[in-house]
Write a protein that binds this ligand. Structure first.
Ligand code: DOR
Ligand code: ZN
Length: 335
C-alpha cells in the first residue's frame, strides 16, 4: 500500500505543558489529530474547575483552529462527589499519579490503599468519569509496572463499573490484564512499539529515548505489538509525547519524556506496515478510543503517503525522537 487515509486520529495521552512550550507543541498535534487527552501534570497540577477551564482556553488559543478538541483531565486528589458533579462536564478523565513516579508528579498519591480513595472513586464510577492511571510502584525500575498489577486488580475489583485506563503500558504483564478484567483498558505509545531498554542504555546513552515507564525487554515489546497491531478492542493509541527543552534532556539529570507529537502518525504507519497490519491502524488510532471514551471526534481526514520524511533536528527547544532521521511515511495532506 502506498497511501492510507486515517479518519479522526486521536492521541489519548498527551503532554502539552503551558506558556511558550504549549505554543510550540500544541499546533504539532492539532495539525494531524482530531483530539487528544491532555495530561494535567503542570506546575502546579490542574486540580480545580477554574484551572481546567483556563488551561483549555490557553490550549485552544495556542492551536488557533476548530477541528481539534483538547479532552481535559484533572490531577487526582480525593475530590468530593459534589465537586465531581460540578466539574464533570469540563473533563473527560481524572489522571492519578503515584507521588514522584515521573515528571511533575510530586503531588500524586502516596498510597493506593482503597479506603481513603473509596468515596472519590465510587463517585467517579457513578458519574461515569474515567480513571486514567500512571501504573508504577517505587520499586526497581524494570519491575515497577509489573509490581503495580496488584493495584490494578484491586481497583478493578472494588470498582467494577469504573473504566480504568492503564496508561502507556510497557510490559507483557499489563497486556495480560486486559483480558482478565472487563473494566481495564490501556494506551500504548508508538515509541514503546519500537524501542527496548537496549535502545535507551544498551550502547551510548540516548536521553531523548528516556521516559517513564522505561522501555523494557524484547518480549514485552512483542506483547505490546501483538495487541496494538491487532487493534485489540481495549487498547488505544496514546503517544505520551512529553516535551522537555533540549538542555534539560542533554544534561546530567535528564528528565523523563520522549517527544513524538510531530512524527507519531508517520511512525505508526511504518510500524503497522512493517507487520502488514496497516488495515488495523484506524481502529488503534481512533475507533477504539471513540468507543471506549464514548466520544465523537471532530471530523478530520489525514492522508499519509509512502514518501520519505526527514525529521527536523528540533522544534523550538525540543528534540523529537528520530531527529535528523528519515521516516518512510509522510503526511501528504489533512482535509
Ligand atoms: O516519560 C514521561 N514523561 N512519562 C510520564 O509519565 C510523564 C512525562 C512528562 O510529563 O514529561
Ligand atoms: Zn504521560
Amino acid at each position: 500500500m502506498e497511501s492510507i487515509t486515517l479518519t479522526m486520529p486521536l492521541d489519548m495521552h498527551l503532554h502539552l505543558r503551558d506558556g511558550e512550550m504549549l505554543e510550540t507543541v500544541a499546533p504539532l498535534t492539532s495539525y494531524s489529530f482530531s483530539g487528544a487527552l491532555v495530561m494535567p501534570n503542570l506546575v502546579p497540577p490542574v486540580t480545580t474547575k477554574e484551572m481546567v477551564k483556563e488551561y483549555r482556553k490557553r490550549i485552544k488559543h495556542a492551536i488557533g483552529r476548530d477541528d481539534f478538541e483538547p479532552y481535559m483531565t484533572l490531577f487526582y486528589q480525593n475530590y468530593s462527589r459534589e465537586f465531581l458533579e460540578s466539574v464533570q462536564n469540563e473533563i473527560t478523565a481524572i489522571k492519578i499519579y503515584p507521588s514522584g513516579a515521573t515528571t511533575n508528579s510530586e503531588g500524586g498519591v502516596v498510597s493506593f490503599d482503597i479506603e481513603p480513595m473509596r468515596e472519590t472513586l465510587q463517585a467517579m464510577s457513578d458519574l461515569g468519569i474515567i480513571l486514567s492511571v500512571h501504573g508504577e510502584t517505587n520499586g526497581f525500575v524494570m519491575d515497577r509496572e509489573a509490581e503495580f498489577m496488584s493495584v490494578y486488580e484491586k481497583l478493578a475489583l472494588n470498582f467494577p463499573k469504573l473504566k480504568i485506563i492503564m496508561e502507556h503500558i510497557t510490559t507483557a504483564d499489563a497486556v495480560a490484564m486486559l483480558d482478565k478484567y472487563d473494566n481495564l483498558y490501556a494506551t500504548i505509545t508508538v515509541h514503546h512499539l519500537i524501542i527496548t531498554l537496549d535502545d535507551v542504555a544498551g550502547g551510548m546513552l540516548r536521553p531523548h529515548l528516556f521516559c517513564k515507564p522505561i522501555a523494557k525487554r524484547p518480549e514485552d515489546r512483542a506483547a505490546l505489538l501483538k495487541v496494538a497491531l491487532s487493534a485489540h478492542p481495549k487498547v488505544m493509541f496514546g503517544s505520551d509525547s512529553a516535551p522537555h527543552p533540549k538542555h534539560t534532556k542533554e544534561s546530567c539529570g535528564c528528565g523523563a519524556g520522549v517527544f513524538t507529537a510531530p512524527i507519531a502518525l508517520q511512525l505508526l504507519c511504518e510500524v503497522f506496515e512493517a507487520h502488514d497490519q496497516l488495515g488495523n491502524l484506524q481502529a488503534f488510532v481512533s475507533d477504539n478510543a471513540q468507543r471506549i471514551y464514548g466520544i465523537c471526534a471532530e471530523f478530520k481526514e489525514v492522508v499519509l503517503v509512502k514518501h520519505d520524511f526527514v525529521v527536523p533536528e528540533i522544534y523550538g527547544t525540543v528534540v523529537p525522537m528520530k531527529a535528523g532521521e528519515t521516516l518512510k511515511w509522510s503526511i501528504e495532506r489533512v482535509d
